[in-house]
Ligand binder design. Structure first.
Ligand SMILES: [Zn+2]
Length: 305
């Protein structure tokens, strides 16, 4: 059993605005806390390889990906949506992040009882089939899922998204694909204002009110996601690991703590052990309070052990 952390220096090249919360320092906040916690002795660290374009075309329309590349400005930045800037290096960063997710899938599918975490940015879960949105250019977790279903002899995967924002992009990409069980918990009546009315047997959304603390969040997860996971029997568990529901996070109004991220991950590891030979791929999404982000990511990694 081993956990591998994938990252890439190009993920830090996307740096359009020093005021933007989705900043390059997020990666160091995670990796530094891994060292501080002593976990670096039990995890392997690997540099990712950027995603090939054909892998991106499996999760997104070819026209969208090609247009992103064509839009890349030579200098300064453009806005892909009101929250999503793009610089000369943004696509390169996004391609490295998506590549890490692919590398992580390949690793857990080829090794016995392996887990991987991708310390990458920009995040991905708001990027839809053909639209950049909410800090996200390429949907890393969707690239991972489509790569896994295309490349390996599996037909059931689960994507668990515990970011405080609804994973609308992931839902959009898999809304008609029942090979993918998608579970997203999020603050209701909040950005991106989607997912409250979704009615699909393979999508289990948990909109929870602002102010939500550990207990109601855990109850919702326990009584809704775990039975859905047991029924789906996923052969691979993918996690959109957003830590912006942490109590110290100012961007949203959930009050989760590190132990909640440990708890959910341990539960998911149990499902993975039962149905997926232990295979887990987790990809960083949100988390903008750097201290809480680092501590939460370490709790998440400990839950996989
Ligand atoms: Zn988020």
């Amino acid at each position: 059993m081993a956990i591998t952390i994938f990252s890439h220096p190009d993920c830090e090249l996307h740096n359009p605005d020093p005021e933007h919360p989705e900043c390059p320092e997020r990666i160091a906040a995670v990796l530094d806390q891994v060292i501080r916690s002593g976990l670096d002795y039990v995890v392997r660290q690997q540099q990712a390889t950027p995603a090939p374009l054909e892998s991106l075309y499996r999760a997104h329309s070819k026209a969208y990906v090609d247009e992103l590349i064509a839009k890349t400005p030579a200098e300064g930045h453009i806005w892909l949506d009101p929250d999503t800037p793009m610089t000369a290096h943004s696509f390169q960063a996004a391609q490295a992040a998506a590549g890490a997710a692919i590398n992580a899938v390949d690793l857990v599918m080829r090794e016995d009882n392996a887990q991987a975490f991708c310390a990458v940015r920009p995040p991905g879960h708001h990027a839809t089939y053909d639209q950049a949105m909410g800090f996200c250019l390429l949907n890393n977790i969707a690239v991972a899922a489509t790569h896994a279903l295309h490349t390996y002899d599996i037909s059931r995967v689960a994507i668990i998204d515990f970011d405080v924002h609804h994973g609308n992009g992931t839902e959009d990409i898999f809304k008609n694909d029942d090979r993918v069980l998608f579970c997203s918990s999020f603050q209701s009546q909040f950005y991106p204002f989607t997912g409250e009315d979704t009615d699909s047997p393979h999508i289990v959304n948990l909109p929870l009110p602002a102010g939500c603390k550990s207990l109601p969040w855990r109850e919702a997860v326990y009584y809704n996601w775990l039975p859905a996971l047991e029924a789906h029997q996923p052969e691979l568990i993918l996690i959109s690991a957003g830590f912006d529901g942490h109590a110290e996070e100012e961007m949203a109004q959930f009050f989760l703590v590190e132990d909640d991220y440990f708890w959910i991950t341990e539960k998911l590891k149990g499902i993975a052990d039962k149905y997926a030979n232990g295979r887990i791929v987790s990809v960083l999404e949100g988390g903008y309070n750097l201290s809480a982000l680092g501590r939460s990511a370490v709790a998440h990694l400990k839950g996989m052990m």
